[in-house]
Design a protein around this ligand. Structure first.
Ligand SMILES: *Cc1c(COP(=O)(O)O)cnc(C)c1O
Length: 388
């Protein structure tokens, strides 16, 4: 079905921060398949884990214990401060699990008939019916009405709006948000925002549910973005970077939230099967062994300081970044930059119309990061010189 309008390039191979097409042309990957291949392409430990597991057991169903899944749950809980995990295959499914968890929590713990969840303007949570209803983008919802009920919309990075909802709406059971909005244009909230949201949630017995599908797995310079604020949410969803390209998602929870989903209340055929769980384990181990959270933070500093001249020269109106989630606001629609980038041998993305987005590998070299920035600067300079 024509759900995509792909660029006319076929990548046949990847190695570290580089992609190669059928003609052997090479591209510096500043996107990693949308924050998926955080360890770069063909990472040896990940390749080894996949190859080895593929020769042993791919799948057996969650009707049986899966040792790799149990180990991955332990590992994820250890790095996140969470206590239980549900595995699925994508970000949308991880958020679906969180939404179901919140509703069940509302019914069972708060005795609320029609529980609702606060969600944000500009949010992106996925394309299933519930997650697109939670998404704050009319374009993604248009034509799919009736939307799933039970979401209350609030402006992002605005605590007063949340307090007002708290005073006026007693059906709320949870807040679901991205700690850094990705598709919405790399929107980084004020420091302290998550901490204050956590306090408001505690006051009302709401669950704080963070969608770390894009921001998780080391991308922002901590394993999860909320760790920059020293808080522990009730629920965390993650996916993209967890499998480095093998589909896997997880919904993690702690405290009361950890016990809400019980036998028979949720499930999936593929989620957390031996292949994806073994891969996830190799990914987390590599992130830890190679110190990639700190590496992402250092690379971010380097890239941001190299981009500073663009801000000074007025070529971008704003530089937004949290670790290696980097957005350059060009101030006007700039979708054509993606094709120009491909011609010049770099892979980047444009989101929210006017934001050039980079989501590069966490383990790229300094030289590769410098080259990426150089080429992005060239692209942007050319873009502005061609504008009327
Ligand atoms: C990509 C993304 C999703 C959806 O993940 P899929 O794997 O495409 O279903 C959800 N939330 C956020 C924040 C994302 O970036």
């Amino acid at each position: 079905m024509s759900t995509y309008a792909p660029h006319d390039v076929v990548f046949t191979r990847g190695e570290g921060s580089w992609l190669f097409d059928a003609d052997g042309k090479q591209y510096l990957d500043g996107l990693t398949g949308l924050a998926v291949c955080g360890l770069g392409h063909a990472h040896p430990a990940v390749t080894q884990a996949i190859q080895s597991q593929a020769g042993k057991l791919l799948h057996c169903s969650n009707h049986f214990r899966i040792a790799h899944q149990e180990a991955l749950a332990d590992k994820l809980c250890a790095v996140s401060g969470m206590e239980s995990a549900f595995f699925c295959n994508s970000g949308a499914e991880a958020n679906e699990a969180a939404i179901k968890l919140a509703r069940l929590y509302g019914h069972r713990h708060k005795n609320i008939d029609k529980p609702s969840i606060i969600v944000m303007e500009g949010a992106f949570h996925g394309r299933t019916m519930a997650t697109l209803s939670a998404t704050g983008n009319r374009k993604i919802q248009a034509g799919f009405e009736p939307l799933v009920a039970g979401f209350v919309r609030a402006p992002f990075n605005n605590l007063d709006a949340i307090r007002t909802i708290g005073r006026n709406n007693n059906s709320v059971v949870a807040i679901l948000l991205e700690p850094v909005q990705g598709e919405g244009g790399i929107c980084v909230p004020d420091q302290g925002y998550l901490r204050d949201l956590k306090a408001i949630c505690e006051q009302h017995d709401w669950l704080l549910m963070l969608d770390e599908v894009q921001s998780g797995n080391g991308r922002t310079g901590q394993y999860f973005a909320y760790q920059h604020e020293g808080i522990v949410p009730d629920v965390v969803s993650t996916a993209k970077g967890l499998g480095n390209g093998v589909p896997i998602g997880a919904c993690l929870a702690q405290g009361v939230a950890a016990e809400v989903l019980t036998v028979g209340s949720h499930g999936t055929t593929f989620g957390g099967n031996p292949l994806s769980a073994a891969t996830g384990l190799a990914v987390i181990s590599s992130i830890e062994q190679e110190g990639l959270c700190a590496r992402a933070a250092a690379l971010s500093e380097r890239i941001q300081s190299n981009l500073a001249s663009l801000v000074n020269d007025g070529l971008i109106t704003e530089l937004r970044a949290k670790g290696l989630m980097i957005g350059l606001d060009l101030g006007k629609p700039c979708a054509e930059l993606v094709a120009h980038g491909l011609q010049n041998g770099i892979v980047i993305n444009v989101t929210a119309g006017s934001i050039l987005r980079m989501l590069p590998p966490l383990n790229m070299s300094d030289a590769e990061a410098d080259q990426l920035v150089d080429q992005v600067c060239t692209l942007i300079t050319q873009f502005h010189s061609k504008q009327p």
